[in-house]
Every structure is written in C-alpha cells, then in structure tokens.
Write a protein that binds this ligand. Structure first.
Ligand SMILES: Cc1cc2nc3c(=O)[nH]c(=O)nc-3n(C[C@H](O)[C@H](O)[C@H](O)COP(=O)(O)OP(=O)(O)OC[C@H]3O[C@@H](n4cnc5c(N)ncnc54)[C@H](O)[C@@H]3O)c2cc1C
Length: 481
C-alpha cells in the first residue's frame, strides 16, 4: 500500500509526496507497532479523536510501541519532509493531534506507568492517560496532579500546564515534572532533567509539544487518598447569582488543600444521576480536599450551605472515582467542542454578571461556563520559573461550548468568541490557558498573552531543538531567527 502524505515545504504546510511500498516495507522490518494506512480496516477507528469537530484523514498512522518506534517515525518524516502530527490522549480541543495527510505519530500504544513508592516518583510513557496514572499510583496512595477527566492524555495536558483537583495543593502538572525522555526533530533521544538540557526542561513545563516528542515523563507524586472528601453541591440555576457570590467570597481565603470550581451546566438525563438532576439547569460547586476526610468534611461544609442544593453528592469518595466522575459526559468523538478561556485576577461584580449572563445564552445544554479557582501552590511559582507564564490570576473563566449537531457549529463558535471578547475586555482579565483553546494560537498577540515575557526565551529554545519547525501542529512557537 503506497500512501500519499503532506510535506512541509518551507514555512507553510505545502506539497504532497508518496511513500512507496518499498519504503513502507523497510520501515516495517524494524517498526514494532502497526502502520495504519487508509486501506487498513483499523484506519477509521484510529482517526477518531475526542473532539468530534475533527473528522480528518491522516496519510499514515504509525502506532508506536516504544521510543525506538518514535525515533524511526521522526526519521522517516525528516527524510521525506513529512508533516507530523503527534497524538497522546487525543483530547486536543483545537484538533492539533490529527491532520489531513499528516504522518500521525500515535503514542496510544505507549501507556505504561511505573511507580517508585520510596522515591515518590511516577514514570509515565508518552501516550498514557490520567486514568492509567491514577490506577497505578493509587495502589501506593500516591497521585500526580492531573486533569479532571480520566481519558485525557498525560502528554498534551502536562506540556500545556495542567490544572485539576490538586493544583492548589501540589502545583500544576508541569510543576511536578522532574525529568523527561525526549525524541528531538533529528531523531536523537535526550534525557532531560535539571542537570541535562535544563533549559529544555524549563520549556516542557508549559511550552507545549514544540520541542520534540516526549516518550516518557517522570513526575513527583504525593500522598492522596485513596479516599478523599469530595464536595459536589448542585444548586438550581435560579439561585446561581446568590450561590456564585457566596462561592466568590468563600474562595478569597482558602487553604491549599481545597481546589474548587463553579460550573454552569445542564445536567443530562443519565442513568447514573439521581432523577432530580435529570435535564436541570444548574450551578455546580465542586471541590476536593487533599487531606484527611474528617478535615475535608469540616473544611468543605460552607460550600454545601450557600443555599439549598438540589442534590448534594458530597462525601468520602475514592480518589480514582473523583478522577473519573465526569468521564461519562465526554464520550470520545461524539461531542463537538470549541472552548476558550481567560484568566481573571478577581471575580468582581462585572465578571460575575458576565458569567451569569453568558450562561443563560449557552448554545447547547452540554455547553459549560467553567470557573476554576487557581492560586495556592500553583500560584506561588514565579512567572519566568517555567515556560507556563503568569501564575498570579486567582480564577479562570472558560467558555466551553460542547454540542452534538454539526448544524449548530457556527452558533456555538460565535457564542464562545462573543463572550470571550467581553470577558477579555474586563479590567481584571489577563492571559489565556492554551490547553483550553479551540483553535491553534498562532498570532503574535495571542502568543504574547499566553507566554508573556517567556515568549522570547521559548523562541530561542525552539531554534535550538527544532530550528526547521517540524513540530508545528500545536500552539506553535516560531524558532527565533
Ligand atoms: C474532555 C476534556 C477534559 C479536559 N480536562 C482538562 C483538565 O482537567 N485540565 C487541563 O489542564 N486540561 C484539560 N483538558 C485540556 C487538555 O489538557 C488538552 O486538550 C491536552 O492537549 C490534551 O492532551 P492529550 O495528550 O490528550 O492531547 P492530544 O490531542 O493527544 O495532543 C495535543 C498536542 O499535545 C502534544 N503532545 C501530546 N502528547 C505529546 C507527547 N508525548 N510528546 C510531545 N507532544 C505531545 C502534541 O503537540 C499534540 O498535538 C481537557 C480536554 C478535554 C477534551
């Protein structure tokens, strides 16, 4: 099966080439994972990513089983000047990890996780998901701060920052990255840590997939659970204003143990939800206390009394159950999604008003207005200490349009853009979280908003490790000239 693939050309994506049967046969002699081309029975399924907006057709999917496969794939791409897409968990909201005609370097065959309970470290292959990490780490009562949906990939989430239920206690995911194994654009394998390529380690902590393919991440892990106190108080939307004001006041002075978020949403008619919640317009106050359950119950009591909850699901809960609680609401490939966010220094009345108003105009019941509390340990890291950038804002406003019918796409995208424009104009708004961006952040102003004073340093790092910009399907940082 000869395959057609896009080539890079110069600055822009351009051109096409054919990889002959001979070239593919030679690759196959060493490659341990499957090569999945358009003629393969597995191709259609292998093209499905989380965001149903992106039904795309890569030229060839190479499903790697280890670092050597990744090296072979990168070398193949280099030799034939191929456009590369890299896929970890496949959750990119902007669809970075799938592209028509690309050589898709698929890491989903690389999901092993090894825990060192004595050192409290976890080594994770580049294609693992947070569910994989939690399953192994919780055997030892350990956790790495990750995301809040277990099927999200460790790769993209870590490289873009990583917020979840533990960032206030233990920092962003990228802050917990101790070392990495990276395959560079020339196919070299680097060990990256504080002593080896320390500048690259700095860049991996928030600079995205710009510098190479991470085949293994090593993280610090922390004692969490196995049972934690989970706070989930679900209030009727009719009381949203009052509850949100209480939440704002409560969150001005919380201990690091508490990570919390407010979410405006419509709860679906799902069998595992109590009937009172079926198809209800709600404000969810969610929180996790990263300490003992008795302390957690006491510390989270106020959020259950902001009004009368429709349902209060708070209680002692296995940490892994908290981590997968939202999974059923994000079926792979079925929701179309377009998200955008801004950070906010404070939730002043004008911002609260915007949150409440925008929620009323949501384009689809599955669409959320998501307001995570930031700060804590994640907020104490200086802006230039990691590529991630400014940690000073206390909140994020994320407008997460999710819908199911492609006919609604224009309306959903317009809603996000309109409310984001209004949010961005608030005096307390600043920056944006790239992992929650529904499109590639490519213009210089948006890049500056995300990286601030780190942008120039990132450009130099890109010029060192990927001067030809081979890894470009991402929130791309152009190599400094
Ligand atoms: C349902 C859902 C829930 C989410 N929840 C959270 C959350 O709680 N917290 C949060 O911070 N974010 C969250 N996100 C956003 C998430 O962090 C980003 O979408 C992230 O890119 C997903 O990583 P992935 O590996 O699954 O993505 P992919 O689509 O596989 O990869 C995205 C990009 O990351 C890079 N990449 C991935 N793996 C590697 C690797 N091993 N080496 C080099 N580059 C790599 C590549 O550039 C790739 O194109 C969520 C997204 C979704 C859809």
């Amino acid at each position: 099966m000869a395959v057609r693939l896009r080539t890079l050309g110069t600055a822009e994506i351009s051109g096409e080439t054919t990889l002959s049967d001979e070239v593919l046969a030679e690759l196959r002699t060493a490659f341990r994972g499957p090569l999945i081309g358009p003629d393969d029975d597995r191709y259609e399924k292998a093209c499905v990513v989380q965001n149903g907006m992106f039904r795309r057709s890569p030229g060839l999917i190479v499903r790697c089983t280890g670092t050597a496969d990744v090296v072979d794939a990168v070398r193949l791409a280099r030799e034939h000047d191929l456009l590369i897409a890299v896929r970890g968990g496949g959750h990119s909201i902007a669809g970075h990890s799938i592209h028509d005609g690309a050589l898709l370097i698929d890491l989903s065959g690389m999901r092993s996780v090894t825990v060192d309970p004595a050192l409290r470290t976890v080594r994770v292959q580049g294609g693992a998901t947070w569910g994989d990490v939690d399953r192994e780490a919780q055997l030892f009562g350990l956790a790495v701060p990750g995301g809040i949906v277990s099927s999200t990939g460790v790769g993209g989430l870590t490289l873009g920052g990583g917020i979840g239920w533990l960032h206030r206690k233990y920092g962003l995911t990228c802050d917990n990255l101790r070392s990495a194994e990276v395959v560079t654009a020339t196919g070299k394998v680097l060990r990256v840590d504080e002593d080896n390529h320390p500048e690259l380690l700095w860049g991996l902590r928030g600079g995205g997939g710009n510098f190479g393919i991470v085949t293994a991440f090593e993280f610090d892990a922390h004692p969490v659970g196995p049972v934690v106190w989970n706070g989930t108080a679900i209030y009727p939307a009719a009381n949203a204003e009052r509850v949100l004001r209480f939440w704002r006041d409560w969150t001005t002075d919380l201990p690091d143990e508490i990570t919390t978020r407010a979410v405006r949403w419509t709860t679906p008619t799902a069998p595992h939800l109590p009937p009172e919640l079926h198809d209800q317009d709600v404000l969810i106050i969610g929180a996790l206390h990263a300490g003992g359950t008795a302390d957690g119950e006491r510390a989270l009591a106020p959020m259950r009394r902001f009004g009368t909850p429709l349902v209060d699901l708070s209680g002692p809960t296995p940490y892994r159950a908290v981590q997968s609680m939202l999974d059923p609401f994000f079926p792979k490939g079925e929701l179309l999604s377009y998200w955008k966010s801004t950070y906010c220094r404070e939730l002043d009345d004008a911002v609260l008003d915007l949150v409440l108003r925008s929620a009323l105009e949501r384009p689809h019941p599955r669409t959320m207005v998501h307001v995570p509390l930031l700060g804590g340990a994640a907020g104490r890291i200086p802006e230039t200490a990691t590529a991630f950038g400014d940690r000073s804002p206390q909140y994020m406003l994320s407008f997460d349009a999710n819908w199911t019918d492609a006919a609604d796409t224009d309306r959903a995208v317009r809603w996000v853009r309109d409310v984001l424009a209004e949010a961005g104009a608030q005096p307390s708004a600043t920056g944006t979280y790239l992992n929650f961006s529904g499109e590639a952040v490519l213009d210089p102003g948006a890049r500056m908003a995300a990286y601030g004073p780190n942008l120039e340093r990132l450009g130099r790092l890109k010029a060192t490790y990927d001067p030809e910009n081979r890894f470009r399907l991402n929130n791309n940082i152009p190599p400094a000239s």
